[in-house]
Design a protein around this ligand. Structure first.
Ligand SMILES: C[S@@+](CC[C@H](N)C(=O)[O-])C[C@H]1O[C@@H](n2cnc3c(N)ncnc32)[C@H](O)[C@@H]1O
Length: 195
């Protein structure tokens, strides 16, 4: 089931909202990452930047075959060989990845899902102990040029509460401003499950 309000504007507009390498670096996704999973890769705005920092595979999942084709095509053109782009409904089926296999999981602009904790629990499952879950979302501000309707748009505090509910501890230091329109949050998978 496609996440509500998760359609994309034209790519030219979407890419203008982000500096992908800077976003990843701000979230601490810089090096030491072997495998990464991206829930909802869209145009691959962050996928190609992630491929540059991952020594293993970037698993880019999207329910839209067109998005997966766009990402595959971009990787071909850029000579990137460590992206595995797959058509997948991670709401209905999960990621299909092995437990404890990923160093990082990214939930970017997707947590306005009806069941965000389900997605975060799946991230927890596939992450290695000490692996990073990174979340970004639109600021809780009705003047942003895009973003889900305010009624379903989560505040950072809400994402933190969902992460805790999913089983991630949270450290206040791991909140980030991602100007002009986004915030970020990171969580680390504990070595021992906390729930
Ligand atoms: C708002 S876009 C964000 C794309 C990307 N994360 C970014 O920030 O640039 C959300 C993406 O998630 C995909 N998506 C929505 N529901 C999904 C589902 N159930 N399974 C897999 N992908 C899904 C949409 O097709 C869309 O490409």
């Amino acid at each position: 089931m496609k996440v509500r309000d998760s359609g994309m504007p034209e790519e030219e507009m979407w890419i203008s909202f982000f500096d992908p390498p800077k976003v990843l670096a701000t979230l601490g996704l810089i090096n030491g990452i072997e495998n990464l999973v991206e829930f909802g890769c869209g145009y691959g705005t962050f996928t190609l930047a992630a491929a540059g920092i991952a020594s293993g595979t970037v698993h880019a999942l999207d329910i839209e075959p067109e998005m997966v084709q766009v990402v595959e095509q971009k990787c071909r053109v850029a000579g990137i060989v460590n992206v595995q782009a797959t058509v997948s409904d991670f709401v209905a089926e999960g990621t299909g990845l092995d437990a404890n296999s990923m160093d990082a999981a990214v939930l970017f602009n997707i947590l306005h899902h009806e069941q965000p904790v389900v997605l975060m629990k799946e991230a927890l499952r596939v992450l290695k102990p000490s692996g990073t879950l990174a979340v970004i979302h639109w600021n809780y501000d009705p003047t942003t040029p895009r973003g889900p309707a305010m009624i379903i748009r989560p505040r950072p505090e809400q994402c933190i509460a969902w992460g805790k509910e999913a089983g991630f501890p949270f450290n206040e230091q791991n909140r980030y401003d991602l100007p002009p329109y986004h915030y970020g949050i990171t969580f680390k998978k504990p070595f021992t499950q906390i729930n």
